[in-house]
Design a protein around this ligand. Structure first.
Ligand code: PLP
Length: 363
């Protein structure tokens, strides 16, 4: 799993860090048009490498906890208004030194990306659709006035860094544990005209409180609602999919549209691509309200509800707590046929069992 982060500070010293991932993508401008500005500023051939003198022991691959182990090295690149991008550096994994006035700390002028590389069946390591992460990163940087938006930047100093670490399977072999959701209209994750469609840190910190409310009410995640008619938007930090029978009794896969409220997930994009390629049922990007969901549930029209994201690929939903009432969602009783098929198709691609141009060779 790689985390790419970019943060800014004004009036203080900043370091910005980047990684193997950025080296391939941002530094090679021909691969990614919107990164060309960046690519003209720093080059992979300028990379400075300092190896760790105290490499850690490799963690036990069977006991990996998500996001807890990190590699011995990280990639950093500094930027300043005066000098532009400096030389990229791979150096031993270390704490960052940040000025107390760093605007990333005070105003959350920062953004991040998370993506996975997979060791495929041929033992080679490949990243899954990294251009989509980089495009999202670039859009976020423009919105945050961070260096990829050179010329309009408001920061004097910035740093981009990439850290990587091994992660185990999200679901232990054979298990496909469904989650329960708190749908509480008192809380919103994003709003029209806001930045909910960007991976900015400020979107995530405030959700911890709501996540705690969900846990207190016996739920594992939050189903984020929006507006007076309680539109369903996302599940925790996943996109939401509903597979149901529409009013004409036809099977339909629905996910909320990218209207600014929704984080455009790489997994969401991929599931839509797969479903449209299969062409076996209707695929829609449109608003869904809690009212519609509850009516469909009463009328036994709901087949599956699941979240999608890089960490788990798909995550079935079995219960929604809404207005103090628990509503059972029959995802597991229905297989879940579609969620399992998505998981298999996507992981077959990710682990190289099905060749695909979605995978980019690293080594
Ligand atoms: C709010 C939110 N929604 C959805 C997703 C899923 O996106 P992806 O499929 O790119 O991991 C994420 C994770 O990045 C997220 O933070």
């Amino acid at each position: 799993m790689a985390t790419v982060a970019l943060c800014a500070l004004t009036g203080g010293k900043v370091s910005f860090n980047c990684n193997v991932f950025s080296k391939r993508l941002c530094l090679q401008g021909s691969l990614f048009k919107s990164c060309r500005l960046v690519s003209t500023m720093f080059k992979a051939s300028d990379m400075q490498i300092e190896l760790s003198k105290q490499p850690k022991e490799k963690p036990d691959a069977t006991k990996l906890v998500f996001g807890k182990s990190f590699s011995d090295h990280m990639l950093t690149i500094q930027w300043s208004l005066e000098k532009g991008w400096e030389k990229p550096q791979i150096k031993p994994f270390q704490n960052l030194s940040i000025h107390p006035a760093c605007s990333a700390l005070h105003y959350s002028v920062e953004l991040f990306e998370g993506l996975k590389a997979y060791r495929c069946v041929d033992k080679k390591i490949r990243m899954f659709r990294p251009m989509l992460n980089m495009e999202r990163f670039h859009r976020g940087a423009l919105r945050a006035c961070l260096p990829p938006s050179l010329g309009v930047t408001r920061s004097n100093y910035a740093m981009i860094f990439v850290i990587i670490g091994p992660v185990g399977p999200y679901f232990a072999t054979g298990s496909f544990n469904p989650v329960s959701l708190l749908a509480d209209p008192r809380f919103v994750r994003s709003w029209k005209g806001g930045v909910g469609d960007n991976k900015m840190g400020g979107n995530y910190g405030p959700t911890i409180y709501v996540q705690n409310e969900a846990a207190r009410d016996g739920c594992q995640q939050v189903l984020w609602l929006y507006g007076d008619n309680h539109e369903v938007t996302e599940v925790g930090t996943m996109n939401l999919f509903v597979f149901w029978k529409d009013k004409n009794g036809e099977e339909e896969l629905v996910t909320p549209p990218l209207d600014g409220l929704i984080l455009p997930g790489v997994t969401r994009h991929s599931l839509l691509d797969l479903a449209r390629k299969w062409g076996e049922f209707k695929v829609s990007e449109r608003k869904i309200t809690m009212g519609e969901l509850m009516t469909a549930l009463k009328e036994n029209q709901i087949l599956e509800v699941f979240g999608s994201g890089t960490a788990c690929v798909v995550c079935p939903v079995s219960r929604i707590l809404y207005h103090g009432q628990n509503h059972h969602i029959p995802t597991m009783e229905n297989g879940p046929k579609l969620a399992k098929r998505f998981l298999k198709e996507l992981t077959d691609i990710q682990y190289g069992r099905t060749p695909s141009d979605w995978m980019h060779l690293v080594v």
